[in-house]
Design a protein around this ligand. Structure first.
Ligand SMILES: [Zn+2]
Length: 360
């Protein structure tokens, strides 16, 4: 039966969570719910939902997560719903853990950051490390990235960005924004002054529920970086080994290793992958970030900047019907069946590959 894309891709966070929960129950998964304090646009409760298929004490765990960047979560959520409707065969002693939307506030309110304007994939700074400062170029770019006042639809953004690139250099700008900052709480890419509630709950859950695992493979789904609908796998550093060779073979030209020459992704601080060695120092861990390309970097940055500016300007709750919300939603979730089909195909392919690697 052909996949009904509208049955898989939801229109909003609440519908996405409902589909995930229903599909999890239908697949006989054990469902866990981690509620957070923040609320949705209509006062709804928000939560991180986790479905586990297979035994609790399994030695091998495939951990698949979505939505750490809120508005990016529609793709990962759809991949997970499709997976639950068509589960792969798994070997004994293997469990599949699907984590639905690590930033429910961001997905519900169409933001990349969470309820405290924190970029959660920059929030996992270990307690012994510093959370302060920003890249020198970020300080100089602050007024441009985070202007005060209402957002304007036409603001000569592209022209002004080109001038900034000429002054600071493209690589510097990419690094300055992408690495995260700990100086401007209302600014883009803010990593937070402390560990946020969602990540705290999630790490606690992992510690309790994955303690029997010996080998864990993480796949964390994002959107934004890359060509339209094409996926990139980012093999986070320190977790190389046999997976690196497999990915080089299967994802030639679409594999990125941060820190290596020519890397697509900037080095960043406080990424979720940095939490795992502290959490599970004696386990074998591989960690893949999967990115699905959407629109150009310029359009993404404009969408992020406009939405963030409007969000912080308003005194009342931000309005989901505002053009900045539509713009950010479209920038991270192209509403075409071509893009959606590619996401489902690529999402499944990476999942199967991770599972094969885990059970090698
Ligand atoms: Zn992301």
């Amino acid at each position: 039966m052909p996949v009904q894309l509208d049955q898989i891709f939801a229109q909003d966070y609440i519908a996405a969570r409902e589909r995930f929960r229903k599909a999890a129950v239908a697949a006989d998964a054990k469902l866990y719910t981690l509620p957070i304090d923040a609320r949705g646009p209509n006062g709804e409760e928000l939560s991180i939902d986790i479905a586990r298929i297979g035994k609790k004490r399994a030695k091998r765990v495939l951990l698949h997560s979505s939505g750490i960047h809120g508005v990016e979560g529609f793709a990962g959520s759809a991949v997970q719903v499709a997976l639950l409707k068509d589960l792969p065969w798994t070997r004994k002693n293997t469990s599949l853990v699907l984590v639905h939307c690590l930033n429910p506030y961001g997905m519900a309110w169409l933001r990349r950051a969470n309820e405290n304007n924190v970029d959660l994939n920059r929030n996992f700074i270990h307690e012994t490390d510093q959370r302060n400062g920003a890249h020198a170029v970020y300080h100089r770019m602050h007024d441009f990235l985070n202007p005060f006042g209402r957002s304007k639809r036409y603001s000569f953004f592209v022209l002004r960005l080109i001038i900034k690139i000429l002054i600071h250099g493209f690589q510097n700008l990419k690094q300055a924004g992408g690495q995260g900052q700990f100086a401007y709480p209302h600014g883009l890419f803010f990593g937070g002054f402390e560990m946020e509630q969602g990540p705290r709950l999630y790490l606690k859950w992992l510690q309790k529920n994955l303690r029997w695992a010996r080998r864990i493979c993480v796949v964390d789904v994002h959107t934004g970086v890359g060509e339209y609908g094409e996926d990139w796998l980012i093999l986070e550093r320190n977790f190389g080994g046999p997976l690196h060779q497999t990915l080089e073979r299967e994802y030639a030209g679409r594999l990125d290793v941060p820190g290596q020459k020519g890397a697509l992704i900037y080095d960043m601080l406080g990424g979720m992958e940095t939490a795992f060695p502290h959490l599970f120092p004696r386990k074998e861990i591989d960690y893949i970030t999967q990115e699905f390309g959407t629109v150009s970097g310029t359009r993404l940055l404009k969408a992020l900047r406009d939405e963030n500016r409007e969000h912080h300007h308003q005194e009342a709750a931000p309005d989901l019907g505002h053009w900045t919300k539509k713009q950010i939603r479209d920038a991270f979730n192209p509403d075409t069946s071509e893009w959606r089909k590619k996401v489902l195909r690529g999402g499944r392919q990476a999942f199967d590959l991770a599972l094969k690697h885990l059970c090698r």
